[in-house]
Design a binder for this molecule. Structure first.
Ligand SMILES: C[S@@+](CC[C@H](N)C(=O)[O-])C[C@H]1O[C@@H](n2cnc3c(N)ncnc32)[C@H](O)[C@@H]1O
Length: 233
């Protein structure tokens, strides 16, 4: 089985991004002591980075197997929205060489992480863009393949993307409409946009093609993973 190299401190971010990585014991502690104590204390001092990196690799490998059939070797320019530290893109990079990866993320960790629906005003974030870059480089992504944009402070990339991926972020924690005009601008007719949503039917009004590829009944919100393409004008 493969594995990731992990920079110091990245285990904390990864656990906040993928809460299912918590051991049952730490999940109980989180319930008992609350989110603030968990985000600021437990995740700083009580995680085993070796276990986190193994489990994180496995989760990302599983995610890749779900979306793999929508990617081929002609797809070169990738956009990741809320991709966390980028484990999925690393696995794509192991299988398909020489792609460009553009990441739009947020550059802070909320004091009290809530995994709810924040609409257009969602302020929750759990990333550190320097750590993300270190993580990508430590795992064989070349500097010239990586572009990271801070959603709150940077001008977003103006390119046509082949594949756009947003797992458990766009339309899961915040409204798709936050990105709708931007995504329309950076999509071609065959760009595939892959994301998790709590309202798959809504997207029939936005895209000509909407395919549901997985249903999740055990996530924080019951959600569906969709692959969408071709905006209606
Ligand atoms: C639940 S995590 C999922 C991370 C990753 N996609 C994964 O599957 O492991 C949601 C991510 O969305 C990011 N995020 C929150 N608001 C965002 C926004 N407006 N634009 C881009 N990323 C955002 C958070 O910082 C966090 O890393």
């Amino acid at each position: 089985m493969g594995n990731f190299n992990l920079p110091k401190k990245a285990a904390r971010l990864i656990v906040l991004q993928r809460i299912e990585l918590l051991s049952p014991f730490l999940a109980k502690i989180r319930k008992l002591f609350g989110r603030y104590f968990f985000s600021n204390f437990i995740t700083r001092f009580f995680l085993d980075p070796k276990i986190i990196r193994e489990k994180y690799y496995q989760i990302m490998a599983d995610e890749f197997s779900i979306i793999e059939r929508f990617i081929d070797s002609n797809d070169k320019i990738f956009l990741s929205i809320g991709g966390g530290v980028g484990g999925l893109e690393l696995i794509i990079n192991q299988k398909f060489k020489n792609n460009e990866y553009h990441f739009i993320e947020k550059n802070y960790v909320s004091k009290k992480v809530k995994y709810g629906w924040g609409g257009m005003e969602n302020k929750e974030a759990y990333n550190d863009l320097n750590l993300q870059k270190d993580f990508l480089k430590m795992n064989d992504m070349n500097e010239n393949q990586i572009d990271i944009y801070d959603f709150d402070n940077d001008k977003l990339p103006d390119k046509e993307f082949d594949i756009i991926i947003s797992l458990f972020s766009l339309d899961y924690h915040y409204d798709f409409n936050l990105y709708k005009d931007y995504l329309r601008k950076v999509s071609k007719s065959d760009t595939k946009i892959i994301f998790d949503t709590i309202r798959a039917d809504y997207f029939l009004k936005i895209f000509k093609k909407v395919e549901i590829i997985k249903t999740y009944n055990n996530t924080v919100h019951k959600s569906k993973r969709v692959v969408c393409s071709e905006f209606w004008t």
